[in-house]
Design a binder for this molecule. Sequence first.
Ligand SMILES: Cc1ncc(COP(=O)(O)O)c(C=O)c1O
Length: 399
Amino acid sequence: MPFSGLIKNMGTNPRKTFTFDGDWNKVRKAYQLYDYINLENGYYNILPTYTLEYQIDKLKELNDDGSYYMRKYMPTDKQRIREAMAQFLQVPVEELIITRNTTESLDTIISGYPWQKGDEAIMARQEYGSMLDMFKQQARRFGIVNTFLDIPLHPSSDEEIVDLYRKAITPRTKMILVSHMINITGHILPIRKICDMAHEHGVKVLVDGAHAIAHFVFKISDLNCDYYGASLHKWLSVPLGAGILYVKKENISEIWPLFGEAAYADTDIRKLNHTGTIPMHIEKSIPFAIQFYNTIGGECKEERLRYLQRYWSDQLRTKQGFIINTPEAKERSCGIANIGIEGLDPNIVSHKLLTEHKIWTVAIDSAGVKGCRITPNIYTTTEELDQFVQAMETIQKNN
Ligand SMILES: Cc1ncc(COP(=O)(O)O)c(C=O)c1O
């Protein structure tokens, strides 16, 4: 029926609603799962069937309504979705835009900052490759200088990490790029302390929050960062192709948009959001995904993810032949951890896990990290993790 989207509106699924009473088996049933164990939820989270169906409904509505929807209702919907996201993140809506992913969010800042020749930027080698590439591009284009540092896998204190960044700062330093959670190890960094220290030196901090939002509980406003980018198709389980960019008000005016935009003032963050025609059914699924997340509850989800990680990692941590590349302290990790087998290429380990044990993981062999990244999700069972532990022991023994 034409214009059905105008009637159904966003935020509720007319077909089904999910309820949660603490039973994780019920959560598992909310997903369509197949005959393999998926421990690679770090790339993106597959959708619960509720959100999948909701997204399909929204796609059909878009097709029914055609450009009428885009011309008449899309701008209002976009604003309402942005407001819903700002409320969820507890940030002022004037400091937030919905993007397509972390890459777009962070690259908007890295490319839009008014770099001068000789300006310096600091980043760890463990940052995500695309962001490192974007900084390298700015070095070629504007003559900026990038300083790289290595994050210790097992820091003894927050100060050890903050000191690394402090020591890399010079009078020419303009920006630090830092991950809230390092993607290859699951290491959560002390962002607030890094930001406070950087600001004492007049240095801005760009935070890569790809793995943080809806994974563990925090408020962006508590971090005191200048810019924060994240993907919503990771832990919030929004359909593929949604992200956010937060820019603190006083930093907006100096950032140049990636795509030309003259409709908004330099001080208006929406100048950074001219993306052309976009798949609105993705954005329209955001409030629904928030609802699904809220039904479980942030603290409850965080606790479950950390429990699942510790369930397997504590069994292998002290066993001979295994190397855990993720800090042990509770506050420094959550659902993701990385494990290597001594003397074995992680690519071989992940290949054996998949072909001999039907367990899907990803091999990491970069920036001083050699191991498989293991990322369960809220639908993962402890029985699956027992199978994983057994599989790792078998692979290690037969090595
Ligand atoms: C730390 C980190 N930053 C950025 C990204 C890029 O995310 P996206 O591809 O959604 O832009 C990823 C993806 O895995 C990541 O792990």
